[in-house]
Design a protein around this ligand. Structure first.
Ligand code: FMN
Length: 143
């Protein structure tokens, strides 16, 4: 088991946000299911943070594909760890944006009043993700 954490910046324009998020979620679910990948993707304003967990080769190949995707830039690998249980096993790839159901969590982990993954320690970011994974999704899907 490998767990990989990266951050990046969205290159998606405001008007393309919903359709692109839907597309990312669809291809993520399709591929990740086949490849045994689970994880979480935070997509907030133009900030992206994602955890991929699964078998080594599957995580490596999936990250390789994602890193080449021109819908985001400044892809920065924060952490790769191995040999532990899944943290996000209950979900395929959960995609989370800030909303009423999780605004307190985003507030608690905020830096300079916002979600600033580039200023967060990897451990803190994973901790935010674990907390977010326990929040029931709102009825209105994020995308
Ligand atoms: C922020 C972001 C996160 C993504 N996450 C995943 C993912 O978890 N799994 C995956 O297979 N593709 C993911 N993608 C999409 C891939 O980059 C790529 O577009 C897709 O796998 C191509 O497959 P398709 O053409 O069959 O849809 C992500 C893309 C972006 C921009």
């Amino acid at each position: 088991m490998l767990r990989l954490l990266y951050i990046s910046k969205s290159a998606i324009t405001a008007e393309r946000r919903l359709p692109e998020l839907r597309d990312i979620r669809q291809s993520a679910n399709r591929h990740n299911n086949i490849n045994g990948i689970t994880g979480m993707l935070i997509f907030e304003q133009d900030k992206i943070a994602q955890v991929l967990e699964g078998e080594r080769l599957a995580v490596t190949n999936t990250f390789g594909r994602i890193a080449r995707d021109d819908r985001h830039t400044d892809v920065e690998l924060l952490e790769v760890t191995s040999g532990h249980d899944r943290l996000f096993g209950a979900w395929g790839m959960r995609v989370v944006t800030a909303g009423p159901e999780n605004s307190l969590l985003f507030k608690r982990f905020a830096i300079d009043g916002g979600f600033r993954p580039e200023l967060m320690e990897a451990e803190t970011l994973v901790s935010l993700m674990v907390h977010l994974s326990r929040v029931q999704p709102s009825l209105k899907p994020a995308a």
